[in-house]
Write a protein that binds this ligand. Structure first.
Ligand SMILES: [Zn+2]
Length: 256
C-alpha cells in the first residue's frame, strides 16, 4: 500500500528523465530522499518552481518501492539572488554535491539541513565573505558526518597553540613548530587559522559563521578545508573544480 507523507526539504540535485519529467534529490530533516516529479519541467507547471534546484519546499509525496513520487509541492523559500550570480550559484551547487555524497539517506539530518539553509541564506544575501561561508560549510559538514578533526593540541607534545602548524589532512590533527622541525615536516598554517578551525568545529551552530580573518589567512583556511574534504572523502568534487575555475578570489594562494 502506498503511503502519503508531507515533508519540507531542499532540492539538491535533479536528473532529467524526459522533456517534462525529472527525478529530484531532496535533503529533508529525515535524510536525503529521491522523488519522481512528473511534469516538473513543464514551464508554468504547478511543480516546476517548487522542484527547482535549491528550492526549499513542502512536498506531498507517495512512497513507492524505490523512490517517492511528488503529488504536490509548494515553495517555502527561494534563493533567487543565487541564480543571477554564477560564483555564488556554483558554490551552492558544490554544497549540494557534498550533501548528496555525505549526508545520511535514512537517518536524522536536521543539522545538515540547518547548515545548508544557513549557508544558502548567507550566499543569497551576499554580505558574508564567500571564503568564510565555504570554509565553514566544508569543515562543519565534515564534523557532522564523523570526520571531526582533533584540534585540541599538538599531536606529539600536546602544546595548546603554536605560531606555525602542520595540519595533517589524513589523521585530522596537527603538529606544533617544534615537532614539525624535529619530524622534518613543513608548516601549512598558523595559529589564527587553527583557532578559526576550532571555532567552526566547536561553536554552537548559530555562531559558526561569526569570525574574521585577514584575507591571506582566509585563503589558507579555504585550502585546508577543501583539501581535508577531498582527503577524507577520497574523492574529487567536480563542482568544486568548477567553482575554483570561475572564482574571483584567489582561493589557492599559499601563505607566505
Ligand atoms: Zn608539538
Amino acid at each position: 500500500m502506498t503511503k502519503r507523507i508531507s515533508i519540507d526539504g531542499l532540492v539538491i540535485w535533479e536528473t532529467k528523465t524526459s522533456d517534462a519529467d525529472k527525478v529530484i534529490t531532496v535533503l529533508t530533516g529525515n535524510g536525503v530522499i529521491s522523488c519522481y516529479a512528473r511534469g516538473s519541467l513543464k514551464p508554468g507547471g504547478k511543480l516546476t518552481s517548487p522542484c527547482d534546484l535549491l528550492s526549499f519546499s513542502n512536498f506531498e509525496l507517495y512512497s513507492g518501492k524505490n523512490m517517492y513520487t511528488v503529488v504536490d509541492a509548494k515553495s517555502n523559500i527561494k534563493f533567487n539572488a543565487l541564480s543571477i550570480d554564477i560564483e555564488r550559484y556554483s558554490l551552492a551547487v558544490y554544497f549540494c554535491e557534498l550533501i548528496r555524497f555525505l549526508a545520511p539517506v535514512d537517518d536524522y539530518a536536521g543539522e545538515y539541513l540547518g547548515l545548508m539553509l544557513n549557508s544558502l541564506h548567507l550566499l543569497n544575501e551576499g554580505k558574508k565573505d564567500l571564503m568564510i561561508v565555504k570554509a565553514v560549510f566544508e569543515l562543519r559538514m565534515m564534523t557532522l558526518c564523523g570526520y571531526m578533526p582533533d584540534l585540541d593540541g599538538c599531536n606529539r607534545c600536546g602544546v595548546a597553540l603554536s605560531p606555525e602548524i602542520c595540519f595533517d589532512f589524513i589523521a585530522g590533527n596537527w603538529y606544533c613548530r617544534n615537532c614539525i622541525n624535529s619530524a622534518g615536516l613543513s608548516a601549512n598554517c598558523s595559529s589564527s587559522v587553527l583557532l578559526a578551525m576550532k571555532h567552526i568545529v566547536e561553536e554552537d551552530a548559530s555562531k559558526i559563521f561569526s569570525f574574521s580573518l585577514p584575507e591571506d589567512k582566509l585563503r589558507v583556511l579555504n585550502k585546508i578545508t577543501s583539501d581535508f574534504v577531498e582527503t577524507q572523502s577520497d574523492r574529487k568534487f567536480r563542482t568544486l573544480e568548477y567553482f575554483r575555475s570561475i572564482s574571483k578570489d584567489g582561493y589557492f594562494v599559499e601563505e607566505s
